[in-house]
Design a protein around this ligand. Structure first.
Ligand SMILES: Cc1cc2nc3c(=O)[nH]c(=O)nc-3n(C[C@H](O)[C@H](O)[C@H](O)COP(=O)(O)OP(=O)(O)OC[C@H]3O[C@@H](n4cnc5c(N)ncnc54)[C@H](O)[C@@H]3O)c2cc1C
Length: 368
């Protein structure tokens, strides 16, 4: 049995016993409160030993990292930043501030690569020494939460895919949750963030088409203040965004759509751990009579930046949200796409697959 689970079970037994005694056996509470079977006592002792061993291992890993840093000339600078030594132009620094103000000051002072979950950052530098200064934003408390703010939802910049999967969210987020389940594997979902996916601006970023259908905005902060940019104006091209030097993405903002339903479909060469050949996101919102008041349909991995299919969205507006509407999708609605031939699929295959996926995703959203 895994150690953590054993700890939970063992401590649940010890902690729960007094309550159970108080609730169901008030005549003779004292002896049973202190009774722990020998087997559980032994298990707890074993778990304590295991934890001690793990602590030693962690201490060893810390020493290794410190050694590796020295070998590579990387200085780990303890915060607060005011105590950081003077930097030479050849020094590569790693900063992990705990206050947003400190992070923004550091960004204003020097060129820093922002690091969130690191799943794109490290993949792009696989096998290479890190030769740039890094600003790790994972200790900033302001960026960690996914919040209902009334008229909109705020998804903090370090909210991970796993947080999105586990969150209790309305149906407008079903497409985003489906996309989150399809990102890499569990480990990548545990570390990778939605904002990192957007900032990385890959044509195959699964989060981008979903957020486009929701009219999401990107919130940026710098020492000069905050600004919000619509997502379709933020992602400019392959690995290009409208983020200015000194700016940090602090959140993705999603307008609230009470009656909206959504879906997401991804096509890859296998089921998991795969870069999309094409992906489609659909969001359909209705008025109280079930008439479509907003339609968002976006296709990713079929152009440099994921594209909304505006002509198809227009065809859906004003119609009753009932099944069969997918028949309105035609090949010419996908003319805004510019797919390429690559190792994953030909341009013609992508166009064909995308049309089928658009039709399926519309029906899925309608049946949600
Ligand atoms: C094995 C594997 C499988 C993967 N599978 C998928 C997949 O199926 N679908 C998919 O879309 N992606 C996939 N990815 C890519 C990656 O996991 C996602 O894009 C992830 O969401 C990136 O988030 P992150 O927090 O790890 O970003 P990071 O790697 O930390 O950062 C990515 C980029 O964004 C910048 N950045 C990050 N946060 C901010 C911020 N707040 N402000 C400004 N700039 C910022 C960084 O400087 C960097 O350039 C996969 C990656 C791996 C390694």
């Amino acid at each position: 049995m895994p150690v953590a689970r054993l700890v939970v079970i063992a401590s649940a037994f010890v902690i729960a016993a007094p309550d159970q005694v108080r609730g169901f056996s008030t005549r003779n509470p004292v002896p049973r409160m202190h009774w722990i079977p020998d087997q559980v006592r032994d298990d707890i002792a074993g778990v304590r030993d295991d934890i001690g061993g793990v602590r030693d291992d962690i201490a060893g890993v810390r020493d290794d990292i410190a050694g590796a840093r020295n070998d590579n000339g990387i200085s780990a600078i303890p915060l607060p930043l005011s105590e950081a030594p003077e930097l030479s132009s050849t020094t590569c620094v790693y900063l992990r501030p705990q206050r947003l103000g400190e992070a923004l000051s550091a960004l204003a002072d020097q060129p820093l690569t922002i690091l969130a979950g690191g799943t794109d950052f490290y993949a792009a530098r696989s096998g290479q020494a890190i030769t740039e200064s890094v600003l790790d934003i994972t200790a900033l408390p302001e960026l960690r939460s996914l919040q209902d703010e009334g008229a909109r939802w705020r998804i903090g910049a370090t909210v991970t895919w796993s947080q999105i999967v586990r969150a209790t969210l309305p149906a407008q987020f079903r497409g985003l949750q489906l996309a989150a389940c399809d990102i890499g594997g569990i480990q990548v979902q545990n570390m990778g963030t939605l904002a990192g996916n957007v900032c990385n601006a890959s044509p195959s970023a699964d989060g981008v088409p979903v957020l486009l259908t929701m009219d999401a905005q990107v919130e940026l902060a710098s020492l000069a203040g905050r600004r919000c940019v619509p997502l379709n104006e933020f992602v400019l091209g392959n690995r290009r965004t409208a983020r200015l030097p000194g700016e940090l993405v602090t959140a993705i903002l999603v307008p609230r759509r009470e009656r909206a339903r959504s879906s997401f479909l991804k096509l890859g060469n296998r089921r998991y751990l795969v870069i999309s050949i094409a992906m489609v996101a659909v969001l359909i919102d209705t008025d109280a009579d079930g008439v479509i008041s907003h339609a968002g349909i976006a296709v990713g991995s079929c152009s440099e930046v994921a594209q909304r299919l505006r002509s198809l969205e227009q065809k859906l507006l004003g119609r009753h949200a009932t099944s069969g509407l997918s028949a309105l999708a035609e090949a010419q609605d996908l003319q805004v796409l510019s797919p390429i031939d690559d190792v994953r699929g030909s341009a013609a295959y992508r166009r064909d697959a995308a049309l089928t996926m658009v039709r399926r995703a519309i029906e899925e959203a309608l049946h949600e």
